[in-house]
Design a protein around this ligand. Structure first.
Ligand SMILES: N[C@@H](CCC(=O)N[C@@H](CS)C(=O)NCC(=O)O)C(=O)O
Length: 334
């Protein structure tokens, strides 16, 4: 009799859970969104510019730095990613802003603008600002665009095109930090991603990082290969960047003028530091460029002032793991 009641209860719970999942899925529909401004969408807003962003997100840092450089005021809405606590990007409230479930989103007079490399150009064009982050000279503008493209994080599976951009190498190089940060995240938060994320590989990756932990991640073949190839391609992109800065004859990528291209690369340097790669990957020439970037007030405003406590704790854990001289140390020392 007890067995029958128990089975009935289990079945009832399973049916209830499936019904809840089905209902939630229908309420949290996700799909990709094209980059650029969507004037056909009108969102509730109270400020001319509103930014949906995350402290840790690479692409959000880019937009914060751009807006800081432009001196453009905006209303900020912080949205958690799994790395900083949970999938707020999959909440109904945020999916109304971006059905792709990704940050950053700049909302201008209620119209969302998607894809950080496109938001950069949009903000520079539409913010009333004394600063110009776009050269007047067409040739310099083309150089700027080329280096924005080479630093961007492109597509749903950036890790499949590491040779295309330095931004695409960032997720692989961030795997140790993701893994360290997952220690603070309960498994059920990752399960929410498995249920509702449109790109299942992402929550599956985070679950694997959590289960493996820092001590085992460096020995796990697929992850090790991803980190090693991301590192090799990043080194190639950085060498090209150094060549470009030398050739420009100025302090910045296009020459003497600080542009959106420098903003776009600044966030890559910041991530290399957060994930403990800066020392291994930056030559003296690039260190000098990075010092110039850090000296700008916008760098502090957009990045240092937004350093998330999980990032600092994660970096400490990576350094401890490297000091143990295990498999991860070998990956960093390659
Ligand atoms: N290509 C997009 C990438 C956006 C993106 O991947 N954003 C990440 C944070 S940097 C995100 O929202 N991830 C949430 C998730 O995948 O669950 C851009 O440049 O804006």
């Amino acid at each position: 009799m007890v067995g029958v009641v128990a089975s009935g209860l289990v079945i009832a719970m399973a049916v209830g859970f499936s019904a809840w999942c089905a209902r939630e899925r229908s309420l949290r529909r996700t799909h990709p969104m094209a980059g650029g401004a969507h004037t056909e969408i009108q969102l509730p807003h109270t400020a001319e510019f509103e930014l949906y962003h995350n402290d840790f997100s690479l692409c959000s840092k880019k937009i914060r730095m751009c807006l800081a450089e432009l001196g453009a005021p905006y209303l900020a809405h912080h949205v958690d990613l799994i790395e900083t606590g949970g999938y707020e990007t999959l909440s109904r409230r945020f999916l109304a802003v971006n059905p792709a479930g990704l940050v950053p989103v700049l909302v201008h007079n209620g119209h969302p603008v998607y894809e950080s490399h496109e938001i950069l150009a949009y903000a520079a064009e539409h913010a009333a600002s004394a600063a110009s982050l776009t050269p007047v000279d067409a040739a310099a503008r083309a150089v700027m665009q080329q280096w924005i493209d080479r630093s961007s994080l492109i597509g749903d599976e950036p890790m499949k095109a590491l040779e295309a951009t330095a931004g695409n190498c960032v997720p692989g190089l961030t795997v140790p930090l993701f893994t360290a940060m997952m220690r603070d995240i309960p498994v059920h938060r990752i399960v929410e991603g498995l249920l509702f994320h449109r790109l299942k590989m992402r929550p599956m990756g985070f679950l694997a990082f959590k289960l493996l932990g820092l001590s085992r991640i460096g020995a796990f073949g697929p992850v090790r290969r991803l980190i090693v190839s991301s590192r090799a391609e990043m080194v190639r992109h950085l060498a090209a960047l150094e060549g470009q800065i030398e050739q420009s004859g100025g302090a910045w990528i296009t020459g003497s003028e600080f542009t959106l291209a420098d903003v776009s690369w600044a966030v890559i340097f910041e991530r290399l530091q957060e994930a403990c790669w800066a020392e291994a990957l930056l030559t003296p020439g690039l260190q000098a460029y990075w010092s110039r970037l850090r000296a700008r007030p916008s760098y502090n405003e957009a990045m240092t002032a937004h350093r998330h406590p999980f990032v600092s704790a994660g970096a400490d854990r990576i350094r401890e793991e490297i000091a143990r001289r295990g498999d991860l140390a070998a990956v960093y020392a390659l």
